[in-house]
Design a protein around this ligand. Structure first.
Ligand code: 6PG
Length: 238
């Protein structure tokens, strides 16, 4: 069953989300000696990342990956890496060896090939890398990472772990994204949403699974959702 937490405002969403991330990473490292987290971009998670950087957290053994990336350079204003670097990676002092950037500047195909290889090389999975936690936002259309409604990528059931796309309806059009099987294989997904523009998508995510709502295809029993009151005014269905 999906764990749904509602908070009064974005600041309290960020506080709950950062605390959940610390617990998840600490537990993973205690169990396996290391922890692997993938981060999303967009405008929602920045406050969570800033609070996460202020937490009492030993980052030794933590590896940071990305759920998706735009096909731009790491210093571009659209770069998800730049967002994470400014809000979390720099302030928390993570070493370069702990950070696995998607090389979006190489383009969708080459960037996806290299990231798939890096995931398999580091996580040692012959087919499907298993991350400990994937932090996701959600679009008003129900997309997560760069998996959009009705996308052919939603029907891929196996490798590759990272997919290049060139027709994102959310600009920029060229992106890299973890595949749906990788999102579903993760030990946990944390989805955060704030604001009235996400209310319909969050409700649709919690309803019947549908390729029209990619977020609804996440593994429900491994999913934690933290929203503010504006993002779920009608209350969860069912
Ligand atoms: C991206 C994100 C994307 C984002 C949603 C929500 O690269 O654009 O990874 O999946 O999480 O589009 O974006 P906002 O947080 O800006 O609403």
């Amino acid at each position: 069953m999906t764990r749904l937490t509602t908070c009064p405002d974005p600041a309290s969403v960020a506080a709950r989300a950062s605390a959940l991330i610390v617990r998840a990473l600490s537990s993973a490292r205690d169990q396996r000696g290391h922890a692997h987290i993938a981060l999303s971009g967009g405008t929602t998670p920045g406050l969570t990342y800033e609070l996460l950087a202020l937490q009492e957290m030993d980052w030794e053994g933590v590896h940071v990956w990305f759920a998706d990336e735009r096909c731009v350079g790491p210093g571009h204003e659209d770069s998800n890496y730049r967002l994470a670097s400014e809000t979390l990676l720099g302030p928390a002092g993570l070493a370069a060896a702990q950070v696995h950037r998607m090389q979006g500047e190489l383009g969708p195909q080459r960037g996806a090939e290299l990231y798939t290889a890096e995931l398999q090389g580091v996580l040692g999975s012959p087919s499907l890398p298993v991350l400990d936690l994937i932090v996701l936002g959600i679009g008003p259309d129900g997309h997560v990472a760069s998996l959009f409604p009705g996308a052919p990528a939603l029907r891929i059931s196996g490798p590759p772990a990272c997919i290049g796309i060139s027709d994102s309806p959310k600009p920029p059009p060229q992106r890299l994204t973890l595949s749906l099987p990788v999102l579903r294989a993760a030990r946990g997904c944390l989805l955060i949403a704030t604001g009235a523009s996400k209310a319909d998508a969050v409700s649709a995510m919690l309803a019947e699974p549908s390729e029209h709502v990619p977020a609804s295809l996440l593994r429900r029993e491994r999913l934690s959702v933290i929203v503010d009151d504006m993002a779920l005014p009608g209350g969860a269905p069912g």
